[in-house]
Design a protein around this ligand. Structure first.
Ligand code: CP
Ligand code: NVA
Length: 312
């Protein structure tokens, strides 16, 4: 198992803080842990350690994969709902960080503002892992990269097209794909384009990695000759009230058979899930032969075990 000391005690707040080489090392560790699990080889790297998991939004995959992952590594995970914690009654993020640091060995948090995760990390003495914010979702994109690498045998030089809302998934894909030398094309409607900050960070990463970034309005141009096609919900958690308005704007961005016909014949389809069939993706595509969404969901477990074993 590749347990490199350079990862110990670091936070994972955004992929912007990790180099392409480090991302590849995390994927290597994840692949190794996955293989060990398939061969029933024990992985007691976190014996006696506890992960505090703070959730201020709903979750299926993130909660279950982190909890199962800690168990498989010989440690323990504790689910802490934001509304049950004193945090929900006004205790500060910094006081919460200091207290959790006296009990646990790491914190995973899913919340709204990226700045809250940063504040938590600033005041915690233990590693903080971002389990999704409004702006980013690094663990998901590491799982996506592992899935693409498994199906395509490599990452650098491949084209990934993301079609839809310029949201947390789009931002982290821009960061992750650019760092590992991929060509990432994002197609979003005007007014819902990814934040310039992430586009610029991705462009800077490309200068080093040889990757390429395109931010477009035309889904057909984005998907043209893509090796991987990705989409996500039209209204993210916290945007439920905007759904009707968004459904009108995003209708031309649905990932359906006509759109994926422009991708390479052997392209794969990814979606972080949960999905809404008939909205951002048709059942034909997500349940079709090019879809790898179940491998992608499974890989959340393996990459997060790697992150936990490396950081905690
Ligand atoms: N993809 C993802 O993060 O799923 P959950 O919201 O179920 O955790
Ligand atoms: N963009 C979605 C991702 C869910 C995993 C959301 O933030 O709700």
């Amino acid at each position: 198992m590749i347990l490199q000391s350079k990862f110990k005690n670091r936070d994972l707040l955004t992929l912007a803080d990790y180099s392409g080489e480090e991302i590849n090392l995390i994927l290597d560790a994840a692949a190794e842990l996955k293989e060990m699990k398939k061969n029933n080889i024990p992985t007691p790297y976190l014996q006696g350690k506890t992960l505090a998991m703070v959730f201020q939004k709903s979750s299926t995959r993130t909660r279950v994969s982190f909890e199962v992952g800690m168990y498989q590594l010989g440690g323990h995970a504790m689910f802490l709902s934001g509304s049950d914690l004193q945090l929900g009654r006004g205790e500060t993020i910094s006081d919460t960080a200091k207290v959790l640091s006296r009990f646990a060995d790491g914190i995973m948090i899913r919340t709204y503002d990226q700045s809250d995760v940063e504040e938590l990390a600033e005041h915690a003495d233990i590693p903080v892992i971002n389990g999704l914010t409004d702006q980013t979702h690094p663990c998901q994109i590491l799982a996506d990269l592992l899935t693409i690498r498994e199906h395509k045998g490599r990452l650098a030089g491949l084209k990934l097209a993301y079609v839809g809302d310029g949201n947390n998934i789009a931002h982290s894909l821009l960061l992750g794909c650019s760092k590992v030398g991929m060509h990432v094309a994002v197609a979003s409607p005007q007014g819902y384009m990814p934040d310039e900050k992430f586009v610029n960070l991705a462009k800077e990463a490309c200068a080093q990695s040889g990757g390429r970034v395109e931010v477009l309005n035309d889904p057909v141009a984005a998907v043209a000759d893509a090796d991987a096609v990705v989409t996500d919900v039209w209204a993210s958690m916290g945007q439920e009230e905007e759904f009707e308005q968004r459904a009108k704007v995003f209708a031309p961005y649905q990932v359906n058979s006509q759109l994926v016909a422009h991708a390479k014949a052997d392209h794969i389809f990814l979606h972080c899930l949960p999905a809404h069939r008939g909205e951002e993706v048709t059942a034909e595509v997500i349940d079709g032969p090019r879809s790898v969404v179940w491998d992608e969901a499974e890989n959340r477990l393996h990459v997060q075990k790697a992150i936990l074993a490396l950081l905690l």
